[in-house]
Design a protein around this ligand. Structure first.
Ligand SMILES: Cc1ncc(COP(=O)(O)O)c(C=O)c1O
Length: 387
């Protein structure tokens, strides 16, 4: 291997792209005023804030007044769920979500459950797609909110959000989608999806960490979950991180402009990786739908080895990948997403996520394919598991 790091963990975080870094640096230096101040420095920051809001809105087919800036995907998810639950508590206490959501949604749902809300977690089929019939069966007069992610962060599998949006709209139920992984990878339009709330995060689209947004369709019943000043039309108090927001908007604009080209390129690289793996290594399984999927994510289980060991061995060779498992107090739990798809725990433990990005090349993929069979064989021998 060369000293070059082959970074295949873009679903966890993307590097800041050069143009975005430039925007961030310039805004840090020049736009230090508080966007709520009425003097010139404040108004310059305010102008950048509103220009950024327009760009973010345009990238998802929204109106600028429907964008609220937050500290990232986690806060956007919490504002969507808790804010709606708080606003509609008197109308009903039932919320529907899926069993494969990111923990930003799942753990928020758990906390709402502990406060007396009733939750339904809809299962997925073996390819990781939510079962719409099960969702229909769970609907009740007290259902106030449905939250289903647009693309799963572990498998890339796309969920039937526009179909669910229609179901929700017909019944007057608020619908939220966590589009953190989908935005910038596939076309996302809030009206095509028919959603009321949509979460975004900057660091998945080559923007900075700690910045995100929640789209809130005009007229959606929602209350703030943080209290303070009147920023973001009272929906999210706190002095806005104008440089971070400007960089987020620039990143999203670039991702949107280049979407088709990047999508095609990543899909080819992802397919090259999967074909190479399946030709060179026995007893592998691709997790998630190969058709209904993001262009950049490939989740593979390697029988007989733990994903964590494979990750660490690849890291020693300069290849960064991830597992879906949550490492809690020294013990690794198999991914809740793979388990929800009916994958046996032992196979789920061998799950590795390769998530590609704009800087990856064919030769990097070929280098991975060169070393991976050797590493997998060695780990299988060490594990001594009979296959
Ligand atoms: C689907 C999904 N939702 C939410 C988040 C959380 O976003 P953030 O890291 O900006 O809080 C992530 C991050 O991995 C994600 O993949």
């Amino acid at each position: 291997m060369t000293d070059e790091i082959i970074y295949l963990d873009h679903a966890a975080a993307t590097p800041l792209r050069r143009e975005v870094l430039e925007t961030l640096r310039e805004a840090q230096e020049t736009l230090f005023g508080n966007a709520s101040s009425i003097h010139t420095a404040g108004q310059q920051a305010k102008r950048m804030l509103e220009d950024s809001r327009e760009q973010v809105a345009a990238s998802i087919g929204a109106d600028p007044v429907e964008i609220v800036f937050t500290s990232g995907g986690t806060e956007s998810d919490n504002l969507a769920l808790r804010g709606t639950a708080r606003a509609l508590r008197r109308k009903g206490d039932h919320i529907i979500t899926s069993s494969i959501e990111h923990h930003a949604v799942l753990n928020c749902c758990k906390s709402l459950e502990s406060e007396g809300f009733r939750l339904s977690y809809i299962p997925v089929d073996p390819s990781g797609v939510l079962n719409v019939q099960s969702l229909l069966r769970e609907l009740r007069p007290e259902t106030i909110l449905i939250s289903v992610m647009l693309a799963n962060n572990e498998t890339g599998t796309l969920q039937p959000v526009s179909e669910i949006g229609k179901i929700a709209r017909e019944r007057g139920i608020v619908i939220h989608t966590d589009a953190v992984q989908a935005v910038g990878k596939i076309p996302v339009d809030v009206n095509d999806l028919g959603v009321d709330l949509l979460s975004l995060s900057a660091h998945k689209v080559y923007g900075p960490k700690g910045v995100g947004a929640l789209y809130i369709r005009k007229g959606t019943p929602i209350e703030p979950i943080l209290f303070g000043g009147h920023h973001e039309r009272g929906m999210r108090p706190g002095t806005e991180n104008v440089p971070g927001i400007a960089a987020f908007a620039a990143a999203l604009r670039l991702a949107t402009e280049e979407l088709e080209e990047t999508r095609c390129r990543l899909r080819k690289l992802r397919d090259r990786l999967w074909t190479g793996i399946s030709e060179r290594i026995d007893l592998v399984r691709r997790n998630g739908s190969p058709e209904r999927t993001l262009p950049n994510i490939l989740n593979v289980s390697f029988d007989g080895i733990e994903g964590e060991s494979l990750l660490l061995n690849l890291d020693l060779l300069g290849i960064a990948v991830s597992t879906g498992s949550a490492c809690t107090s020294g013990s690794t739990e198999p991914s809740h997403v793979l388990l929800a798809m009916g994958i046996p725990p032992r196979t789920a433990e061998g799950g590795i996520r390769f998530s590609l990005g704009r800087d990856n090349t064919e030769s990097q993929i070929d280098k991975v394919l060169e070393v991976l069979p050797e590493v997998v064989n060695r780990l299988r021998q060490v594990s001594g598991v009979k296959l």
